[in-house]
Design a protein around this ligand. Sequence first.
Ligand SMILES: *Cc1c(COP(=O)(O)O)cnc(C)c1O
Length: 336
Amino acid sequence: MKLAKFPRIRITHGPTPLEPMHRLSAALGGPQLWIKRDDCTGLATGGNKTRKLEYLVADAVQHGADTLITQGATQSNHARQTAAIAAKMGMECHIILEDRTGYRFADYQHSGNVFLDHLYGAHVSEVPGNTAMDKAMEDLAAQLRAKGRKTYIIPGGGSNALGALGYVTCALELADQAMNMGLHIDELVHATGSAGTQAGLVVGMEGARTQIPVLGIGVRAPRQPQEDKVFMLAQQTEELLGVPGSVARDKVVANCDYIGEGYGIPTPGMMEAVTMLARLEGILLDPVYSGKGMAGLIDLIRTGHYRKGQNIVFLHTGGAVGLYGYMHAFEGHMAP
Ligand SMILES: *Cc1c(COP(=O)(O)O)cnc(C)c1O
């Protein structure tokens, strides 16, 4: 793998910690649970987009860009991290937010990630759900170019092959940590959405020559399209790295049984997972991704999917800032 040849802006506080979750493991009575703290990547309260942006923004700089354009849902963590890195790089940032939930709650529309987008000085515009977002970004780029800006479009979630390199890097980092700790990891579990995280991880695991299986818990699409999306991006990532064909199709596994009514819509399992992690481990999950990912892991443990004695690592992809956009959902639903 020719990972080192890609320009990278080193901004992640890493290696991010790999920690045991003793109280959660005891409460569930199943395998030993660990957490890889990519909520502690450093930039803008952390999260998984930071590792992708290291490669994407380095590419933007190489292309002479002075303006970043990206898109996401209203409470997009990716948009927030992009806004922050743009500020740090002295670039202009334009964010198009898609109203995927139709929520009119004031916290959802203005607090959490949206508040930080504005605080970081991004130009934020809002569009209805089901807008053709790639075209919206192209149109905006054309307008800005006409005004003399040098634009660089970052796809939603930072998920193209270049962005996925951030999670190739993470897989190598995790394999190294596990080896140094003498830890045998039976599975790595995380929330999967725009697919860059999982695609990078499966490619990286092959590169690290480890057999750590990766399980993505879906937050938006059904299983088949989600796995197809991850596999396609994994193939593009391998090609970029000059190691085509290294990931077998059956290494890409997504479980999309924990989405509930749809993207960004709370589920009882998510509410329980967020509350349990807060009260047992002092860890903040998020309502859209890591909360549903952890809800999936908790359910798989309860239904006997794992054995006692196994070591399962949950990749915490960040997003806790989104909790402030969902206070309405938790009000009246928190146990005393
Ligand atoms: C974007 C995001 C994910 C999903 O990662 P993808 O690479 O888009 O699949 C998971 N968790 C959080 C908190 C995110 O913001």
